[in-house]
Ligand binder design. Structure first.
Ligand SMILES: Nc1ncnc2c1ncn2[C@@H]1O[C@H](COP(=O)(O)OP(=O)(O)OP(=O)(O)O)[C@@H](O)[C@H]1O
Length: 262
């Protein structure tokens, strides 16, 4: 998906971000700018530091050094200079987070409709009819049967739960969405259909996304640009098609030719 974004404003910036648990474990000296409407894929083999970087970017884990800057409604915010309460409010009001395991992002015991409506309620919506209509609408958008709005997600398949988590995340129209292996842990055919839905939503809504995936096929379908990580560092970055079609770094070449084992 090639969408030139250079003219768009910066939305999220990582400036020399480091979070290390040990040498090469975590992420180190990460620098990038995500522009509005852009999908940035973070790829690399298992243990390369993708999830650590994502947690640092989305306010869940403070870096040892460096800054994460977010350009939101209130202008530029230094994510770890503001308090915990404001970071939480950002996640609730302006951001969305899609976990690999939908169980981490859903409340399994309450209805599908309540799961979708909850984030709207957190933004102040109280009108039952409107919340229910939004629930049905978003279940339809992620290709779930809106007739199952009163069913609890614990009775849904893994793929359906992931679709519901995506609906719950996107219903508030977040300005920035973080996704950690959104199609991981699912059967291949389920993954392919979900990826198709995600790609449609990303395009239709013009989403700004930071996407972590070890799966280069997922990266190719969704991401405009890639950061390739190895042992905590970015070894290569650029447009997705350029990197995947003509990788420059030996590690990326190995990744692309699937020589590396997970
Ligand atoms: N809380 C933690 N405490 C100690 N070490 C950690 C912690 N979190 C991650 N690590 C280590 O940091 C390194 C990077 O882990 P991370 O989960 O960020 O990699 P990843 O690329 O997301 O891998 P995967 O795809 O397997 O999730 C690994 O060596 C991991 O063991």
């Amino acid at each position: 998906m090639k969408r030139p974004q250079l003219e768009r404003p910066a939305l999220l910036e990582a400036r020399d971000v480091t979070r290390l648990y040990g040498p090469g474990k975590g992420c180190e000296a990460i620098d990038f700018t995500l522009h509005a409407g852009e999908v940035l894929g973070i790829v690399g083999e298992s243990g390369s530091g993708k999830s650590t970087l994502l947690r640092t970017l989305c306010g869940m884990e403070a870096p040892d050094a460096g800054r994460v800057l977010y350009h939101g409604h209130e202008g530029e915010l230094d994510l770890y200079a503001i308090g915990e309460a404001r970071r939480r409010a950002l996640l609730r009001m302006e951001w969305g987070l899609v976990h690999q395991n939908p169980r981490d992002g859903l409340r399994l015991g309450v209805s599908a409709g309540a799961n979708v409506g909850e984030r709207l309620m957190a933004l102040g919506q109280r009108h039952y009819g409107q919340l229910r209509a939004a629930g049905q609408d978003w279940m339809g958008r992620v290709e779930l049967d809106p007739g199952r709005i009163d069913d609890a997600p614990q009775h849904f398949s893994g793929g359906m739960q992931q679709r519901l988590q995506i609906a719950r995340t996107l219903v508030t129209r977040p300005r920035l969405v973080f996704m950690d292996e959104p199609t991981g842990g699912l059967d291949v055919s389920v993954q392919a259909r979900l990826l198709d839905t995600l790609r449609t939503l990303v395009r239709e809504l013009g989403l700004s996304v930071v996407l972590v995936t070890h799966d280069l096929a997922v990266a190719r379908l969704l991401a405009d640009r890639l950061l390739v990580m190895r042992r905590g560092r970015v070894v290569e970055s650029g447009l997705t098609d350029q990197i995947l079609d003509d990788p420059q770094h030996a590690y990326t070449q190995l990744l692309v030719s699937s020589v590396l084992t997970p």
